[in-house]
Design a protein around this ligand. Sequence first.
Ligand code: WTA
Length: 651
Amino acid sequence: MGTDSGQIDTVMQETRLFPPSAEFAAQSRIGSLAAYQKLYDQAKSNPVAFWEELARKELHWFKPFERGLVWEEPLAQWFVGGQTNACYNCVDVHLASEKRNKAAFIWEGEPGDTRTLTYQQLHREVCKFANVLKGLGVKQGDRVSIYMPMVPELAIAMLACARVGAIHSVVFGGFSAEAVADRNNDAQAILQITADGGYRRGKNLPLKETVDAALAKSPSVKNCIVLRRTGSTVTMQEGRDHWWHELMDRASADCPAEPVDSENSLFILYTSGSTGKPKGIRHTTAGYTLFAKKTFEWVFDYRDDDLFWCTADCGWVTGHSYIVYGPLAAGATVLMYEGAPNWPAEDRFWDIVEKYRVTVLYTAPTAIRAFIKWGDHHVDKHDLSSLRLLGSVGEGINPEAWMWYHRKIGGGRCPIVDTWWQTETGGIMMSPLPGAIATKPGSCTKPLPGVIPEILDDDGKPVPANHGGCLVMSHPWPGMLRGIWGDDKRYQEQYWSKFPHRYLAGDNARIDDDGYYWIMGRIDDVINVSGHRLSTIEVESALVSHPCVAEAAAVGRPDELKGQAVSVFVTLKSGTADDSLREELRKHVRKEIGALAQPDDIRFTGALPKTRSGKIMRRLLRDIAAGKESVGDTTTLEDYTVLAKLRSDEE
Ligand code: WTA
């Protein structure tokens, strides 16, 4: 097989196919494969014209744009010459319609307190807070750092920044003072927004304390606004710190949205590279807003009476695009939840679905695997019949986890949209359109209209069907990143240097005989056994299909004979962690996907090291498998004790 040119061998055999029901298809926006194909082909034949037409129709323009795309590789400018405002498109546009009194956010705090904000109420809060920002000297182009719990004020703060043309940088509320300071300094933020605390698993997250430590090292930050959330005691520094409610009391609710150029920066969002310091991914106004809105409507087959729940945190891109900008631009009602899925018990999500009659649920494979491990009885207690559509994002979803999600949460009736995208892409790039595309467990199926992917070998040639290669994008799209904040060179090198004129996503993928895409994992994670390049997700999915296995991570470890040996880390949901289970799992993988992929070492562990957003950190496991100390960046690790435990388990 073409191993010399960097192709990857696929060993996975997944043939189950789930077409949408006739009833679902009949009610959906794009209700047949033919309709999808027509739209896709039309977009592909002239992507710029396709997006131009949508931009004219879907966004409010203070000044119409003159050119759809100015492409000076690697910098794209979309809808050049136009003026718009992301906040206006998310809030103000709905005030003139019957959506004015519709809930924009239905929020539940972890302790069980709730709040609802209609579009009209949201507008008022955002206008007032935009005036607060102005009062503290925030101007167009200034960077504002946001470090908050998942409360409506977080979205209000983001939208208020957009309203005045300032650039927000949201930092996940679980990150350390060091991480906040690094990001503040990189962005040269002038204002910090935070809260006295937030609730997580019944405990108070001392956000303000962390911010105090961060601000001691972030000299560019001149002011800090503090929301009262938990009521815990905090130190307020005279002249620098201000209470949210005091500033809001004095603020006027009259604050027209600032018309800004299409390419005005909307936000910076830091994402960890696998090595080196975090990258500030920069997104701009018009292209991003349009892409978030349309992908939301297409993928989640948005209906006016939906209650859409995306369980991500606004500290991640998923929260930016599918809690704030996408759904609000579409005029949807978004459910927002502050806390942990297992507080006060492991059925909290299902309790929320039942209580609010959620219709669309968008979550991550790491959560789904946790639910499976916690047991079906938590799900069985609740009526989930309101759900009509399920989504997954963040990692590949193992087919067995997909099947559980389909059966147990979706009651066998809800399509699953497995959405592939990245912080860099701004919005969903590949996903089933749920009324049009039959799903296959583990496949993100097809590209969305206006998205043009290819899979290339190391020589830049398209790979044949069922061979893995590098996933690239062959044409700019409106939601694409506009670079890395302050580091044009890294942007060019990382995304545009491997293949000429192609955006390098950094993932491996293959296309099957039906034209479906299968993501195979990060390029850096490929395991090379005797010249055969294996995908991590395929080995992991084979393990997860064993009834005792909850989660698995596969990595390569140096091996004199084979080049690399397959080393796997497994967490169990049942069974005993002993040699007989090891042997059984080896046999199981051999049977499922063949001898080549059979694990050489199997380590049982209570937990796997993950990023804060729930992705398995294979890089760290690689070091453990090889018996090395990790030298790379571990600051994004969710739970440091996991690494220590894994090391101490070493025989
Ligand atoms: C991975 C999250 C397989 C992938 C929106 C990508 C996925 C990285 C999927 C981006 C999926 C995300 N199937 N892999 N459906 N979704 N990924 O920037 O490796 O946090 O490159 O954006 O997550 O992660 P990020």
